[in-house]
Design a protein around this ligand. Structure first.
Ligand SMILES: *Cc1c(COP(=O)(O)O)cnc(C)c1O
Length: 435
């Protein structure tokens, strides 16, 4: 819709209406005038009601804080891993070498941290893991073959399909084995055939589903014996599956973490490169990390696509901060994803109890939280929730600080595991009967 800001033609009530809207809607004046004008034009008799509705709809399209009460720790539509984000507003030495005063690399700091955490020789960061896979294939296998098990030729969600990514990168997918069973021999035959011209073998973690029954797959350690570089797309970004940062917080380790392919173990097993997301089990900002042998990382960094796929400086700052928490093992205190993960179930119950007592509304019920972001399918985490009668999710979403809950069997479930304790008071206010 376009209207010309012609104040002479504007009915006086538009301005008055826009000023009323300003009392309840934190939007720029020109946008409120727009809402008011539309409302007056559509139906002058009910302009005040519809103007508020237009302003509300407009506000809802803007990205802002919400309270995640869904019980999905990495909620894809709520930004996956939440992170506190603050900058001083100063300039920062993103590509400036403080030692020499010359141009520096935006990757050196995170590379040092990734090296310390995973044992990889070098690392670079791109916009997301889809970009990481694309760059690796384009830089190391353009016009050549990449051997992938048929069971790992997967779609990860959001349209990330291995065959399509392969095609876009200019590499040629060479299917190996069968959907349920792929053995080292299958890869060896593919590598031995000169027509395949295999540049890489690639192991992709089918992170969002599991096949059961008569299955067999080939490990990174086995692939590393073939004499062709091995790329492991571990996806979820678990740094180390012994999870030393959970020591004394979560014991014993849940089996799904022990079984999850992790960066440190993949490098130790002989992966020449690993690629993973920053905002899944790493708990960091949206980005993708390529870590591994220095010579291969350098080829990726020097590829022309790198310029298009590199992340912004604030992503690097956030990632660096999160990786530092891993190095000093304060992950559970400072990385929100792992803080939620490690919170004691008893504490969740007592928080839910407090909310129900303070509001006289709802009941405390046991609940099941999940990891989300297509990570660790089937893995569940015990939780507690406040349950209320009926579906009140719409009114919870309409609050100034929206609360996103889920509905089960016609009842609203406010899962405490994904709510920061400091936000409990907002839940209380939302559940109190209107004054
Ligand atoms: C999630 C995932 C991707 C895509 O990562 P994004 O960071 O979402 O782009 C690719 N590969 C695997 C194995 C994944 O789990």
């Amino acid at each position: 819709m376009t209207t010309t800001p012609d104040s002479a033609a504007r009915p006086p009530s538009v301005d008055a209406l826009a000023r009323t809207l300003a009392e309840t809607h934190d939007l720029p004046h020109a946008l409120l005038v727009d809402c008011a004008r539309r409302a007056v034009r559509d139906d002058p008799a009910h302009a005040d009601v519809s103007a508020h509705q237009y302003a509300q709809e407009l506000s809802a399209t803007l990205v802002g804080d919400v309270i995640n009460a869904t019980g999905v720790l990495l909620h894809t539509n709520l930004g996956r891993a939440p992170l506190p984000f603050a900058t001083s507003g100063r300039a920062y030495n993103i590509e400036f070498d403080l030692a020499t005063g010359k141009r520096g690399s935006r990757h050196d700091g995170t590379a040092a941290l990734v090296r310390a955490l995973t044992g990889a020789e070098d690392a670079i960061v791109v916009n997301n893991n889809a970009a990481a896979v694309m760059l690796v294939l384009a830089a190391l296998a353009q016009g050549r073959g990449v051997a992938v098990s048929r069971g790992e030729s997967v779609e990860i969600g959001g349209g990330f399909r291995i065959p399509d990514v392969m095609e876009q990168s200019g590499a040629r997918l060479v299917d190996v084995g069968t959907t349920n069973r792929t053995r080292l021999d299958d890869y060896a035959r593919a590598v031995a055939s000169p027509t395949n011209d295999i540049a890489l073998t690639m192991k992709i973690h089918p992170s969002n589903f599991a096949i059961q029954g008569f299955t067999e797959s080939t490990s990174v350690a086995e692939l590393a014996t073939l004499g062709v570089p091995v790329v492991a797309d571990i996806g979820s970004g678990l740094i180390d599956n012994s999870c030393p940062w959970l020591f004394r917080h979560v014991e014993p380790l849940p089996q799904f973490l022990v079984n999850e392919p992790a960066a440190r173990q993949s490098v130790a097993d002989g992966a020449d490169l690993v690629t993973f997301s920053g905002d899944k089990l790493l708990g960091g900002p949206q980005c993708g990390v390529i870590a591994g042998r220095a010579e291969l990382v350098r080829k990726c960094a020097e590829h022309p696509l790198m310029r298009a796929l590199r992340p912004g400086g604030h992503t690097i700052l956030l990632l660096q901060e999160v990786l530092q928490k891993y190095v000093d093992r304060s992950v559970c205190d400072f990385v929100p994803f792992w803080r939620m993960f490690a919170e004691k179930t008893d504490d969740l119950k007592s928080r839910a109890d407090t909310i129900v007592r303070a509001t006289g509304t709802g009941r405390v019920v046991a609940s099941t939280a999940v990891i989300g972001a297509g990570s660790a399918p089937g893995a569940s985490i015990d939780s507690f929730a406040v349950e209320t009668d009926g579906d009140i999710t719409r009114q919870l979403r309409a609050r100034e600080l929206p609360i996103i809950a889920r509905v089960e069997a016609g009842r609203t479930i406010i899962d405490m595991r994904t709510v920061h304790p400091a936000d409990d008071e907002h839940i209380v206010r939302a559940l109190l009967p209107p004054q």
